[in-house]
Design a protein around this ligand. Structure first.
Ligand code: XUL
Length: 456
């Protein structure tokens, strides 16, 4: 049997077909928002904004990209063999829909033209209000203190800034549940992996926390989708629209999760013991948790694990986009950036540390100011610049994840896991064996594996 996993990340969308009998990936196709959908004016997957704290995307871009990636898939494989669909979306992003919302692929149903995404840090005031009202109860109940990019504070800001549009909003979806709804042609539930990134999900009851929802707005709870319980049998089925791509209407669609929880499943790390470092637009460290505990420093998070229990996570905003900017600044190719620079610097790497603050950083909080180095950046060689930035990123990741525990094995995934220098720096800083995965698209694979479980 074959299943389909769809991964809607920050910069693009992928469709991966998995064969459950041979346990292999049949094919992966991808659409890049910037390159393939230039009409949405989002070179990096979001709308340019002069304010570095504001990061929003056009939700119609995600819908158009779903169409585009499925057309590509049909050209690559026999899509009629696909027996179930799963997937994931970048976490925290939210889509605001009005009473015309019918989960169709062409409806005019957006109550808000833009969707704040995980890179948005414009909700400091709302976070302060939530922390002042709930204090330590917020991380104890939802797994995190109030976090700028999380959906609850984002909704609170929207309700305050545009009360009329908020009143016209009848449904708020996450990127994941929005795309899943389109595939199913009906409102899809939110899963506990992605739902926990909202500051609204009570991880003890696995339901919306009414007190927190009501504090944000007395009208909020009615606008939220249902929560899917882990292990719940899905009733969602693929909508007739998707027959145009050769897919079979009526096959099961499983609720989508967040990209990190999907990656946890795709890397086979959904049981405690192994940590994963996902090197994408954001650098994310995550691991299945043996017991619920929160980050005493308030930077890390606890989400639901799609396989049951919890997952711990720390997310560094300045990941691959920052590495790309440093590579452009130094003016070198990948061979030098990923390997050559490390050979040149050798053991001196241990003394070098720089952090690339191109986006306002979230772990820990830091406004955007450029590169902060522990040496004279201007006088440094190209190799020293490259190595120090990689080391700075990995050291920050290490320091911000001590609360999760120590791990002997770290699995690396994501585009930048191709870099030997980055992998060796992770091994050195964490004192762990680093394993690279054969499948770079671990989130899409996780979606396909979750779909396969629904068939089992
Ligand atoms: C996790 C986070 C990012 C996004 C985009 O909390 O904000 O990793 O999921 O990948």
């Amino acid at each position: 049997m074959q299943t389909l996993g769809i991964d809607a990340s920050t910069q693009g969308i992928k469709a991966l077909v998995y064969d459950t009998d041979t346990r292999t990936v049949v094919t992966t196709v991808a659409v890049n928002f910037g390159r393939d959908l230039p009409e949405f004016n989002s070179p990096d997957g979001f709308l340019p904004n002069a304010d570095p704290l504001v990061r929003r995307a056009d939700p119609r871009m995600w819908r158009a990209a779903l169409d585009r990636v499925l057309a590509k898939l049909q050209a690559a494989v026999d899509t009629s063999r696909i027996a179930a669909v799963g997937g994931d979306g970048q976490q925290h992003g939210s889509v605001y829909l009005n009473d015309r919302w019918d989960a169709s692929m062409d409806g005019d149903y957006f109550a808000r033209a833009v969707s704040p995404i995980w890179m948005d840090s414009s909700t400091a005031a709302e976070c302060r209000a939530l922390d002042a009202r709930f204090g330590a109860a917020l991380p104890a109940r939802t797994g995190s203190p109030a976090i700028e990019r999380f959906t609850g504070p984002q909704i609170m800001k929207f309700a305050k800034d545009d009360p009329a549009a908020f009143a016209a909003t009848t449904r708020i979806h996450l990127v994941s549940s929005f795309l899943c709804s389109l595939l199913a042609g009906e409102d899809a539930p939110v899963d506990i992996g992605d739902g926990a990134g909202m500051n609204l999900l009570n991880l003890a009851t696995l339901d919306w926390d009414r007190e927190i929802c009501d504090f944000i707005s007395p009208d909020l709870a009615a606008k939220l989708p249902r929560i899917a319980r882990p292990g719940e049998k899905t009733t969602l089925k693929l909508a007739p629209y998707f027959a145009k791509f050769g897919l079979t209407p009526g096959i099961p669609v499983v609720p989508f999760t967040g990209d990190n929880p999907a990656s946890l499943v795709g890397t086979g790390a959904d049981r405690p013991g192994v940590a994963v470092v996902s090197l994408g637009t954001s650098d994310v460290f995550f691991a299945a948790m043996d017991r619920f505990r929160t980050d005493p420093d308030g930077c890390g998070h606890v989400f639901g694990n799609p396989s049951g229990g919890y997952l711990s996570l720390a997310c560094i905003k300045n990941g691959s986009l920052a590495r790309e900017k440093v590579r452009a600044l130094v003016g070198c190719d990948y061979a030098f950036f990923d390997e050559g620079a490390f050979a040149e610097v050798g053991a001196r790497a241990k003394d070098l540390r720089a952090f690339p603050y191109f986006e306002s950083e979230i772990t820990p909080l830091h406004p955007a100011t450029g590169i902060e180095a522990n040496f004279d950046w201007e006088k440094a060689s190209a190799a020293e610049k490259v190595v120090s930035v990689i080391r700075g990123q990995v050291l920050n990741l290490f320091e911000r994840t001590r609360w999760i525990g120590a791990f002997d094995v770290i699995r690396v995934t994501g585009g930048a896991s191709r870099s030997k220098g980055l992998r060796e720096t992770i091994a050195d800083v964490f004192g762990a064996r680093v394993e690279t995965l054969d499948v770079p698209d671990s989130a899409a694979l996780g979606g396909a594996l979750l779909a396969a479980r629904a068939l089992a």
